[in-house]
Design a protein around this ligand. Structure first.
Ligand code: SAM
Ligand code: DTB
Ligand code: SF4
Length: 332
């Protein structure tokens, strides 16, 4: 059977807003011929987004390493022997200086990450609250990723001006135990619920290339696309294999695998910002162009993610010029 759309069908591709996608439906989309998938995702992308616009976010690791969790991919877990140096929480002044640099370099979202299992109600959290207030005052969208949150902590962050919270599902519920044993999938979902109830924008996605099956990838997309409300941002990370972690020898994922994830996320969650996150440093400009065509419309800029390298600012600037992309303004 020819799985390509006819001309008439192609001209009527419409986005669907649903929270009841089945695995079978998602699998059919995910496995459609790659050019068909890209075309469909690109068509839906254009119905809700300016395809020239890409959100530029900056990440900063405000507290690095020494984390008690056992996430198999993570160079910051204390139990693995990686080259990451433990660094206590940065000062508010240091963080605001970095945020100012990011703003001047054209970033509109500033995301602060901490190697914590969960937020505790202590002096460090008070400092993070001041960081959030300071960055919000600069006019950037402030995002944090600090581990698990209680409803009260989410409220406090919201009051301080937090715009978004990143908390990834990372993989499917079935594969989760193979990757992390120190917390559960339900813990993750509960924090997402707390973030949503505090009216903070939800950023949640995952990682591919951790030894999961294609069904696990589809399962993760299903969980995201069947949340009561779709996340506003969906980061798609390619595993950065780091020496010393259990996943250090994982094979690199191909660009086609990234494209299938991005395009399927775009079709299932038409309005979300789909972020081409970790893994760009190993991708060519042409490969990234295909990801943007398939519906990615957000990146992390700056030469470092949290602890691993990311393309230099100048390389991305050149890419934006060649691909005629423009940075998205904040609070759109
Ligand atoms: N500790 C908090 C937590 O786990 O939610 C926040 C920081 S944690 C480093 C944020 C996310 O980074 C993880 O959920 C994971 O998706 C991603 N990440 C961490 N290490 C990675 C790696 N080696 N490759 C790709 N993504 C990674
Ligand atoms: C996300 O999905 N990817 C970012 C951000 N959210 C926090 C983190 C990527 C981390 C890659 C490994 C590192 O640099 O430590
Ligand atoms: Fe800790 Fe987050 Fe890394 Fe897991 S992903 S080890 S919780 S910093």
């Amino acid at each position: 059977m020819n799985q390509y759309l006819t001309q008439t069908q192609a001209s009527t591709i419409m986005a669907e807003f649903r929270n009841n996608w089945t695995r079978e439906e998602i699998s059919e989309i995910f496995h459609s011929p790659i050019l068909e998938l890209i075309y469909r995702a690109a068509t839906i992308h254009r119905q809700f987004h300016d395809p020239q616009e890409v959100q530029v976010c900056t990440l900063l690791s405000i507290k690095t390493g020494g984390c008690p969790e056992d996430c198999a991919y993570c160079p910051q877990a204390a139990r693995y022997h990686t080259e990451v140096k433990v660094h206590k929480l940065m000062t508010v002044k240091e963080v605001l200086e970095k945020a100012q640099n990011a703003l001047e370099a054209g970033s509109t979202r500033f995301c602060m990450g901490a190697a914590w299992r969960e937020v505790r109600d202590n002096k460090d959290f008070d400092k993070v609250i001041d960081m959030v207030k300071g960055v919000a005052q600069m006019g950037m969208e402030v995002c944090c990723t600090l581990g698990m949150l209680t409803p009260q902590q989410a409220e406090r962050l919201k009051e301080a001006g937090l715009y978004a919270y990143n908390h990834n599902l990372d993989t499917s519920e079935e594969y989760y135990d193979e990757i992390i044993t120190t917390r559960t999938y339900d813990d993750r979902l509960e924090t997402l619920d707390n973030v949503r109830n505090a009216k903070i924008s939800v950023c949640s996605g995952g990682i591919i290339g951790m030894g999961e099956t294609v069904n696990d990838r589809i399962g993760m997309l299903q969980t995201l696309a069947t949340l009561p409300e779709h996340p506003e941002s969906v980061p798609v990370n390619a595993l950065v294999p780091v020496e010393g972690t259990p996943l250090e020898n994982q094979e690199r994922v191909s660009v086609w695998e990234m494209i299938r994830m991005i395009a399927t996320a775009r079709i299932l969650m038409p309005k979300a910002m789909v972020r081409l996150s970790a893994g760009r440093v190993r991708m060519t400009m042409e490969e990234q162009a295909l990801c943007f065509l398939a519906g990615a419309n957000s990146i992390f800029a700056g030469d470092k993610l949290l602890t691993t390298p990311n393309p230099d600012y100048d390389i991305d600037k050149q890419m934006f010029q060649v691909l005629n992309l423009k940075p998205r303004k904040s609070y759109k």
